[in-house]
Design a binder for this molecule. Structure first.
Ligand code: S3P
Length: 169
């Protein structure tokens, strides 16, 4: 009956690992960004553009709290989720947080081809993207590092997650 919150930068593979862990734990898997989009009936890019980031962060925090009612799940959070509205504390009180911490080069190569729907980076070239991510990570490290577990490197494998999950069995 684990509540797993996957956290980390954009492009760190939270959605991919959510799918893998959902199969492994035979539990429900969710993506906080998709829930916000469904609730607001807008894309994340539209919410940022039409309502602004503070509105997005409020909506994100409100919808995150919905998981307080649920018993077991794997949730891929958004890259900024841990850094606003006391979300990191709340997630740690609710369940297990796992920080997926991939190298910046890996994030850049994954994000470049699909940056258009990510409002914070849509306008950046590869060098700008690298510096943006470097600065964001420096800001966010204080939040991410409060995670229960920290998986680091560019060869994170399922067995690392299995080890964490088995430690709760
Ligand atoms: C954001 C990351 C995005 C999304 C929004 C803001 C961020 O989620 O929530 O564009 O602040 O890093 P992903 O990490 O799933 O890309």
């Amino acid at each position: 009956m684990l509540k797993i919150f996957l956290i980390g930068m954009m492009g760190s593979g939270k959605s991919y690992w959510k799918q893998e862990l959902t199969k492994l734990c035979k539990t429900g898997g969710y993506d906080l960004d998709f829930i916000i989009e469904a609730e607001e009936e807008k894309t994340i890019a539209e919410i940022f553009e039409e309502n602004g980031e503070p509105y997005f962060r409020k909506s994100e925090a409100k919808l995150l709290r919905w998981f307080g009612e649920k018993k077991a799940f794997v949730l891929a959070t958004g890259g900024g989720t841990p850094c606003f509205h006391d979300n990191m504390n709340w997630m740690n009180q609710q369940g297990t947080t796992i920080w997926i911490d991939e190298p910046l080069d890996t994030l850049v190569s994954r994000l470049l081809p699909e940056k258009s729907h990510r409002p914070l980076i849509a306008h950046l070239n590869d060098m700008q993207l690298y510096h943006f991510l470097e600065n964001k990570l420096a800001e966010r490290r204080a939040f991410y590092s409060q995670s229960t577990h920290h998986l680091q490197g560019n060869t994170i494998q399922l067995k690392a997650f299995k080890k964490i999950i088995n430690s709760y069995a």
